[in-house]
Ligand binder design. Structure first.
Ligand code: HEC
Length: 127
């Protein structure tokens, strides 16, 4: 009798575990909207990874962890659209150039791609 009870408990626990895992994995996936995925793909395919990490330190460019918190969205949009122009006009950009010594090249992003990359960076910052 005692043995049956403990097997039942084990079964019950196993079911609870499986369900909580399923629940957790779906909540994680559901945060990854199609826009986030597109942004991540662009981030990788447009060469950002050659000069940036997210949370793993500086390369030739700054670590982008927290960038959506330290910069205004409007600033980020302008920057991703035309870093090559802003580097001569914007005080924040000038300061960064003085530190990094390399001007970030214009990656030829469309307005839509800029929004998708910012959405991805926000997703990374929300972790
Ligand atoms: C050749 C290297 C290089 C590439 C490629 C590059 N960046 Fe940069 N990025 C930099 C540098 C260097 C800076 C610092 C400003 C400067 O010196 O022009 C910077 C600055 C930034 C900033 C501002 C960081 C802050 O702290 O405010 C963002 C955001 C950014 N880059 C995003 C991107 C994204 C997204 C891509 C890909 C589409 C990309 N970068 C591609 C080198 C690069």
């Amino acid at each position: 009798m005692r043995l049956i009870c403990s097997t039942q408990i084990v079964k019950y626990l196993a079911i609870v575990l499986v369900f909580s895992f399923l629940f957790l994995s779906t909540t994680i996936i559901s945060e990854e909207t199609p826009e986030v995925k597109k942004g991540r793909e662009l981030y990788q395919s447009k060469g950002c990874v050659a000069c940036h990490t997210i949370g793993e330190g500086k390369l030739s460019g700054p670590d982008l962890k927290g960038v959506t918190e330290r910069r205004e969205e409007k600033w980020l949009k302008e920057w991703l659209k035309s870093p090559d122009k802003m580097v001569f006009t914007d005080p924040i950009a000038k300061e960064m150039l003085a530190e990094y010594m390399v001007p970030m090249p214009n990656q030829g992003l469309t307005d839509e791609e800029v929004v998708e990359i910012i959405t991805y960076l926000k997703f990374e910052d929300s972790k």
